[in-house]
Design a protein around this ligand. Sequence first.
Ligand SMILES: N[C@H](CCC[C@H](N)C(=O)O)C(=O)O
Length: 281
Amino acid sequence: MQFTKGHGAANDFVILADPDGQLALTPSLVASLCDRHRGIGADGVLRVVRTAKHPEAVGRAADAEWFMDYWNADGSIAEMCGNGVRVFARYLAVSGLAEGASFPILTRAGLVRATIDGDTIAVDMPAPRLGAAGAATIVPLTFPGTAVDVGNPHLVSVLPDGVDLDSLDLTRSPGFDPALFPAGVNVEFVTPLPPLDGFDLHVRMRVYERGSGETLACGSGALAVAAVALHDAALDAGTVAVELLGGRLAATRTDAGWTLAGPAVLVATGEIDVSALSTID
Ligand SMILES: N[C@H](CCC[C@H](N)C(=O)O)C(=O)O
């Protein structure tokens, strides 16, 4: 089976071209592909399938030719992946499956439009919906967090003064109330940075992703963090520079909606011997 490897700000993905939806992807196969020692290694899998050929997307073919079937590294499925859909767009453009610099892509969280500008790919994203500030507490850190829905669930905690982002142990999932997030949640920790020319706000974040653990970048998480930062600054529009371990993403709100922009690059292609993948059950 052919694959392509790509990443957006070091949030990396195995891309599987499956235009007719023939691949029998399973949680076990996805987890094996994402295994960084026994498989290819990635934070997730992007399956490229024609909208008309995916059972979850039937009827939407008129909106977009391609559907992003996103899977987390543990084999779970997620509704949205902001870095993934940007890498997906790069793949469509490079492989000639999409024409022009701007085109629609269907995701489980709805339709997004990707716009390619050299090394940068921007996507319009679902408008983040904020829950009540402080309604969710991250334990045992006991930091208050704000739930943010970006099509997928996020819990954003602005660190108290004096708490160093690098001091957080994100080798395991931060605790949260499962009653608040029955399907799990991506947890972001954010701290302000000094102003940066060309941006209204400047922050730094780390993230423990649902289904993938700590990743070097999270696009939907950057949008969730930007939404909380703009809200806390009483700004109803603006561009937030979000520094992540893997690089910088820009999250912008205008009265037309929200966009996420940053690098998206394809680094390799190869052949998978599926029979040699140890299934991780
Ligand atoms: N782990 C996330 C999906 C990937 C999100 C992230 N990689 C991004 O770029 O948005 C979830 O289960 O909702």
